[in-house]
Design a protein around this ligand. Structure first.
Ligand code: ZN
Length: 169
């Protein structure tokens, strides 16, 4: 199991991640550990629905996204290396988010409702897909981690101050 870094000022969480170059056994091992950590985060009473490598101290462009959250379909875990946003809708949605790196902090974030993205799978092959609803939101939240961004960056000064007062930031 890997340790999840926490805190909005954590330097690694704020460092842009480097592209994955080697699609080897070491990458497969890292991904397996990341999935296990996301599903059973140490010391936290929630199960993650997404995780980005910087959250476990690895500054490489690897994210895990759980698809079909809040739908009747079975959840599906997708591992993405070097993800890119090809298109983002002008239409947005606004929902409450949390983050394994900010335990106890929640806030509403406005994001594009639909995105078209591409990424490399575990074998290095490029994949392309359109996401909407929670698929899009979770992808965008994890993608942000790769550029050193966290969901609280989208909150107002007042909302952040409230979380700080509550000891959640
Ligand atoms: Zn997060």
């Amino acid at each position: 199991m890997l340790t999840i870094l926490t805190g909005e000022d954590n330097k690694i969480l704020r460092t842009p991640a480097k592209p994955v170059v080697n699609f080897d056994e070491k990458l497969a091992d890292t991904v397996d550990l990341m999935v296990a950590t996301m599903l059973n985060p140490d010391g936290q009473d929630v199960t993650g629905i997404g995780l980005a490598a910087p959250q476990v101290g690895i500054t490489e462009q690897i994210i895990i996204v759980t698809l079909n959250v809040n739908t009747k379909k079975d959840p599906k875990i997708v591992v993405m290396m070097n993800p890119e946003i090809l298109e983002a809708s002008e239409a947005t949605t606004n929902y409450e988010e949390g983050c394994l790196s900010l335990p106890g902090a929640y806030g509403r974030v406005t994001r594009p409702a639909k995105v078209k993205v591409k990424w490399q799978n575990i074998n290095g092959n490029w994949c392309e897909k359109k996401f909407d609803k929670w698929d899009a939101r979770i992808f965008l939240h994890e993608y942000d981690h790769l550029i050193g961004k966290m969901f609280v960056d989208y909150l107002s000064h007042k909302e952040r101050a409230k979380l700080k007062d509550q000891g959640k930031l």
